[in-house]
Design a protein. Sequence first.
Length: 419
Amino acid sequence: MKSSAIAMAASLVVAASPLLAAPADNLQKLQNFKQTGAAPAEKIAQDGKKADALRENLKTIKLPQGFKIELFAVVPEARHMAVEPSTGVVFVGTRKNRVWQVTDRTKRRVADDVVQFASAITFKVPNGVCFSPDGILYVVEQNRVLGFPAAQFFGEGGPDVAAAVVVPQGKLIPAEFESFNHGARACRVGPDGKIYIALGQPWNVPPKDKLAALNKNGIAGIIRVGQDGKNRENYALGVRNSVGLDFNPADKTLWFTDNQVDGMGDDQPPGELNRATKAGQNFGFPWYGGGKVRTVEYKDQEPPKDAVFPVVEYAAHAADLGMSFYTGKMFPAKYQGGVFAAEHGSWNRTKPIGARIVYTAVKPDGSAGETEVFAEGWLTPNGEYIGRPVDVQQLQDGSLLVSDDYAGAIYRISYSGAK
């Protein structure tokens, strides 16, 4: 294990010791590098009828010329992904109680093993996963943040891993704002070394008497904390429910998707791709339901004068979730430096839309260019979902991984040249 990872784990054990989780959760033992005696981790078979059916479904996916899509792994309820920088091991969050470790040992670009990660720990909505540059995995749950140094190596050994509490249980948000609605977090470690965490709020549109408490705690916004959990601050406010964020490597600005207000009709308000250029900006919610469309609940209220509007307006109710800047070299030049985003698909639109991957070009000045559909076909012509994309992340070879929580899979999109 890297010395920095060992130091991180040890320092966090000391820092978090007064606020340890209950012994039944095994965290105290793991923080002290003790065995827990927990049951063996669950393993997911990568062959059989399920894998065959997923491969058959992929034949309907449409991509630009020269691209192909293949099954990378069978992963139940696969949500957000984090690719370990040195080995390419993929960690996958869920909205349930599992985090998965996906390993391609032979570099055939298909999973050899899919195993439950840190099964000694009882997770609650561990949707958000992200890596620091030196290889520490952060798992952001509904109301807790944990750190795992050398996760790809400790995870090989079974249920016990090196673990540290970054934000203790109940300290990410006040308990009164815990909800199954908008409770899945997303995270990224920024160029400044801090952990950025998107915090959705529980309502479609929050009551006016809750706004002050939401703003105080950075809910309906994006916060950032040090990797030791200290120096928390609100980075962005006025964000209804972001479940995807990344930094533009060219200028270090933070970009993020945002899911907008329901119940305003099939065609409004638009989904959003936003760009934050500095700390403290307000992105307009709940005065605006999406783009510049005012909400009914706040139509008579004065919106913030400095509200920042999206750089891209996506199709209404397509449910834009995970997004990533493409930094690889495998794809043609037109895709390099731009944004890939996963549209989960609508749940309450008269005619469903989404269930696809979209691409947005980014100009040299940091502004957004044109947006186009990149991969589609998970929504059939008769309106049935055969998959619902959640996140997009890049492997070291420049190919693109797509997670799907409906089908329980991760796909790999690669490019071999125009035919």
